[in-house]
Design a protein around this ligand. Structure first.
Ligand code: SPV
Ligand code: MG
Length: 319
């Protein structure tokens, strides 16, 4: 299944833009490993007679770090992140959006853009905080904003080294995370749009979506004034009383469910580990676990054994 569904890096890269062109939006799920990416790629559910699936995958700094047992605090470097990105690309075909943290210095960002584009990643999102950044979901953490003109230069530097028209550099506004308000976010969005950004992600760690909607509702007029309409991106982790459909109605083109496979795995692993101790055997957790054949099938082990049998049979017939 996995080896047989290959697409070229360039076809994958373009597929995110093509999806948004076709449907108006893309719904994205986080992955932090090959296995979680296979699940994000393949999950399908039927609702009201319509088959639903994700349009792409988010490679998150939070969940990539957490998978390695490390905090999301600029500790896991690009080489390690690229390792995870490769792991995901190796076993999937859907578009990948990479969380580029702050992007680092402009020269570092140039190399990141070049590397991601070559691999067939569709977009990188970088945030306008100063290095070293701390995860945005901790309201008690320092969330120092970058000077917007410095950030705009970094966007420009990335756009200059990008060689395809399809690779997207998306600017992530951290104004609401830093408590600087919607007006600051709109002001920064203007500078990043002028610098050539392909998208704007407006982030919030509040459960109330009021600021997100205030920004989204003011965004079309800003785009009209500037003569360009970069994509609008939402990460509704904390304001998830709002449905994807409502975000789409407010003009969002990309919706990223940014950490849920890792959080689900974290909870399931903790519960199963405790239940084995409590039960004195693993019998009681069988229901909570995928079977070994299910794991084999998910990662393509069946294919290996089938090919092996076919080769043995072919050799036997020749003998
Ligand atoms: C991530 O998933 O790493 C993100 C989104 O950057 S958030 O954790 O909400 O900051
Ligand atoms: Mg992140």
């Amino acid at each position: 299944m996995i080896l047989e569904n290959r697409n070229s890096p360039f076809d994958r890269l373009k597929a995110l833009g093509e999806c948004i062109e076709r449907k108006g939006f893309a719904r994205i799920l986080e992955a932090h490993s090959g296995l979680s990416a296979i699940i994000a790629e393949n999950v399908q559910v039927e609702k009201d007679g319509v088959l639903l699936e994700y349009d792409g995958i988010w490679e998150s700094s939070l969940t990539d770090s957490a998978t390695k047992g490390l905090p999301d605090a600029s500790i896991v470097g690009n080489d390690s992140r690229l390792h995870t990105i490769n792991e995901i690309l190796n076993v999937t075909t859907k578009p990948l959006i990479v969380d580029g943290d702050t992007g680092g210095e402009p020269a570092q960002f140039e190399y990141l853009v070049q590397g991601l584009e070559r691999l067939g990643v569709s977009a990188v999102i970088i945030e306008d905080k100063v290095y070293p950044k701390l995860n945005s979901l901790d309201a008690s953490a320092n969330q120092d904003l970058e000077d917007p003109s410095v950030f705009a230069e970094k966007i420009q530097a990335g756009k200059e080294v990008s060689t395809t028209r399809d690779f997207m550099i998306i600017s992530r506004l951290e104004s609401l995370i830093a408590g600087a308000g919607v007006a600051d976010a709109l002001n920064r969005a203007e500078q990043y749009i002028v610098a050539g950004t392909d998208g704007i992600m407006i982030h919030s760690n509040k459960s109330d979506p009021a600021e997100i909607f205030a920004f989204a509702d003011a965004y079309p007029a800003l785009c009209k004034r500037l003569g360009r309409s970069p994509l609008l991106v939402s990460v509704p982790t904390t304001y998830n009383t709002v449905s994807d459909d409502r975000l789409i109605a407010h003009g969002f083109n990309v919706i990223i469910h940014a950490n849920h496979t890792l959080r689900a795995a974290h909870k399931a692993m903790s519960e199963v580990a405790g239940a084995i101790l409590l039960g004195g055997s693993s019998l009681a957790v069988d229901e909570a676990c995928a079977t070994v054949p299910e794991v084999f099938a998910t990662v393509g082990f069946d294919r290996i054994t089938r090919k092996d049998r076919e080769r043995t049979e072919a050799r036997r017939l020749l003998a």
